[in-house]
Design a protein around this ligand. Sequence first.
Ligand code: NIG
Ligand code: FE
Length: 392
Amino acid sequence: MTTTLLADIGSLVTNDPELGDGSPLGLLRDAALVLDADTGTVVWLGPADAAPAADSVVDAAGRAVVPGFVDSHAHLVFAGDRTAEFNARMSGKPYTAGGIRTTVAATRAATDEELDANLRRLVREALRQGTTTVECKSGYGLTVEDEARALRLASRHTPETTYLGAHVVAPEYADDPAAYVDLVTGPMLDACAPHARWVDVFCERGAFDGDQARAILKAGAERGLIPRVHANQLTEGPGVQLAVELGAASADHCTHLSDADVDALAHSATVATLLPGAEFSTRAVYPDARRLLDAGATVALSTDCNPGSSFTSSVPFCIAVAVRDMGMTPDEALWSATAGGARALRREDLGRLTPGLRADAVLLDAPSHVHLAYRPGVPLVSAVWRGGVREV
Ligand code: NIG
Ligand code: FE
């Protein structure tokens, strides 16, 4: 057994309401935590002065420890960047789904090695900022071979792989979107299903309508992939209702919601995943997390890391924005970026620090998790363990 004792933790967020102060964060003061690298799990937590011996000790010196961030929505397999498009937006040009095709062209032209190197760099960048689990979508290939390649590469880095052949209609099919839907639900699905856990669709004007999205998600589900949906990002539309109708794990973006959409989410197991990096980088209005939380919906907070609408891998940045501009408390934002992300990925073993669950933990250079929002833009992540192994 290779165990690590995190000693003298001033404030430990467990996300286990049975522990600690009884709040959803399950906050323990003056605590200690033991992680086991062999089983990859938490083996003990409790009062600092009752900590058992371990193979090695890290002195938290009164600082805060939180669960590793669970980024349940990212697009990390791509080549090139879209600096010029961002620059134009900041001079007043609107964001459209059309920019996706720029990245599709660059991604198709890239070698496997180039794509893998970029992916590796982004996963590492996220890890340095406390992300211990990241979901990763295809969607910048849009041919049978390029989508399958994206998922094959992604699955080297994460088990949370998502088939997003329905990101936009591939340029070759611009005049025949129905034929593209046939490809996505046919040969492309055949090639991608073995490498994916999830199926996703960009349900939006300029991408796929409700009927197309339903057909694609159902075809994926028949092959054992679980649906999640890019829903109501740029406009109100059928995405959220469709996600709930199909029992999707999450409806992502949720920026433009009707009362009926909020109600549907609140009365379903579908998680509302909010992605404030996208509104930041497209200068759009943020989603109203307060409205969803007050209605009783489960909210996750993730980065949407991609070269077009949200080129950030930083969950702490998203937490700060969610607190400042989306009506979340610091406690709610942290819960959503950890336990909420785990719910969105239907992972019972993640997002909480409690014996038997994954030993994914972050030591902050701060006395409290509140500093994630209180000190925006400050690199507060001091150490990161994934499966009990120190990574940062
Ligand atoms: O989640 N909305 C669709 N897909 C991405 C944007 C992709 C891009 O612009 O390249 C998103 O924001
Ligand atoms: Fe996205």
